[in-house]
Design a protein around this ligand. Structure first.
Ligand SMILES: [Zn+2]
Length: 478
């Protein structure tokens, strides 16, 4: 048994469905969805490239393996680091030359490449566990990828991926991971519905068709296909940069790319996606312990809560070990114990769940799928599971992000927030899909099950294989 996992970076579930309905993705329809199905699942928070690949390849949430975002502050490094290089290192950003550090920053836990040594990956930023020669398009990803970031030449990169995918058809492998960066990249520069973006979806479909044709010609049995995305995407109309706002009020703020050396910085703002941001107060104080609610400067908190761009703010609670979620007029706490998550509104209803809830993780996922912030309780809990997460986390409303218009090139569309438009992703598979809420973190255990590869003892995955999820639903119905 073999498995192909295709990741169309930034593919929106609704756009994919529209194209399918128009008959624009005949191969996805014929070889994947007809024998299997298509669901809208949810990704992780921050819903951003790289970070949101972790569930597919490690079966864990980013917070479970110490990655709070695509940018974050290494508190100890910032405090101890003398000199400009140390400060640059401490202000982590996987967007540029530090990109490869994502592999070494992830906690020690096996990747799917470790567990399935006969793996080939094409155009992935996450390579840990890949054997020599199995990381394909690596140089093209860097060279064509950075050119495309500024010039929009993503089709050249996507075509290189398609060629490498076709080339791999003739090789022995059990797991093939194929990443198409074009939809995400072109959406950022234009918008998620731009004709060039839609053409990128069609390019992936043609590549799938060519790959299947090659296997059929060889009379090889078709592998199981999974076609997914790492996050959604929305048009950005407002760039509300907290760093610019704070500087204007006289609060020196550390931020990327060149202000990581800001002298006397009182706050660091680390943006992911760009629709989420984490704030670290007194970044060079030497304090490694994250702040809890009452320790966060109230004036700054109130200013941020008042921004129309902010959907919600979250931080660690003072005593319960849980999380406080706030909007301008609402406040609630989230705690987890004995397998149950408790949502306790103190005023208003910041997550739109109606009232006090105490539910099992999967039941709560189902409930939250009706809200504008699907899976928010679990996603906030997993994020704050790592002490590397900021003292304060902001998620943006639709249409807004947290990096100023100074960014080059300007992001006309983006992702990163907890809102449904960013959290919802398509999950297509050529195998049966249970009719329940699916998370991207469920993919890896499902793939391992298909490959008949056991999860090593002592390794606890955050995801659940699809086969077991079906059983969970039956239990709920009964
Ligand atoms: Zn992405």
């Amino acid at each position: 048994m073999r498995v192909v996992l295709v990741l169309i970076d930034g593919a929106r579930s609704d756009v994919l469905r529209d194209l399918l309905a128009r008959g624009d993705l005949p191969n996805l329809s014929r070889w994947v969805i007809e024998p299997g199905g298509l669901r809208t699942g949810t990704t992780v928070f921050p819903s951003t490239t790289g970070v949101a690949y972790i569930p597919f390849l490690f079966g864990r949430y980013p917070g479970s393996v110490g990655i709070p975002g695509i940018r974050w502050l290494d508190r100890r490094g910032a405090a101890e680091g003398k000199g400009s290089r140390a400060q640059w290192r401490a202000a982590r950003s996987y967007c540029g030359v530090q990109g490869g550090w994502l592999n070494t920053d992830i906690a020690a836990t096996p990747s799917i490449f470790d567990l399935v040594p006969e793996s080939i990956a094409i155009c992935t930023p996450l390579t840990r566990g890949l054997r020599a020669g199995a990381n394909r398009c690596a140089l093209r990803r860097v060279v064509l990828g950075s050119a495309a970031h500024y010039l929009g030449t993503y089709p050249a990169l996507d075509r290189a991926v398609a060629r490498a995918w076709l080339g791999a058809a003739d090789e022995p492998w059990r797991f093939l991971f194929v990443v198409f960066p074009g939809v995400d990249g072109i959406s950022h520069l234009k918008d998620p519905l731009h004709p060039a973006v839609l053409e990128s979806y069609r390019l992936v479909d043609r590549a799938l068709g060519a790959f299947v044709a090659r296997l059929r010609k060889q009379r090889s049995e078709l592998p199981a296909f999974f076609v997914v995305s790492d996050h959604g995407m929305t048009v950005m109309r407002e760039h509300a940069d907290p760093a610019v706002l704070l500087e204007r009020r006289g609060v020196r703020t550390l931020r990327h790319p060149v202000h990581v050396w800001r002298r006397g910085a009182r706050v660091a703002t680390m943006v992911s996606g760009n629709a989420s941001v984490q704030l670290y107060f007194e970044p060079r104080s030497g304090r490694e312990r994250p702040l809890t609610e009452s320790e966060i400067p109230n004036a700054i908190l109130e200013q941020l809560l008042a921004l129309p761009a902010v959907r919600l703010v979250a931080c660690r609670a003072d005593s319960t070990g849980g999380i406080i979620v706030r909007t301008e007029n609402a406040r609630a706490s989230l705690t987890e114990s004995m397998g149950l998550i408790r949502y306790e509104p103190q005023s208003g209803d910041p997550l739109g769940l109606g009232a006090y809830l105490e539910l099992d993780d999967r039941e709560l996922l189902t409930r939250t799928r009706e809200t504008d912030v699907p899976d928010a309780p679990r996603q906030l809990l997993q994020l704050f599971g790592t002490p590397r997460a900021g003292d304060l986390v902001l998620a943006a409303t639709p249409g807004a992000d947290f990096r100023g218009p100074w960014e080059m090139p300007e992001h006309r569309a983006g992702h990163g927030s907890l809102i449904a438009e960013h959290m919802e992703v398509p999950i297509a598979a050529s195998v049966a899909l249970p009719d329940v809420g699916l998370r991207t973190v469920d993919l890896m255990p499902t793939v391992l099950e298909r490959l008949d590869v056991a999860v090593p003892s002592g390794v606890a995955l955050d995801g659940v294989p699809f086969s077991k999820l079906a059983a969970v639903t039956e239990h709920l119905i009964r």
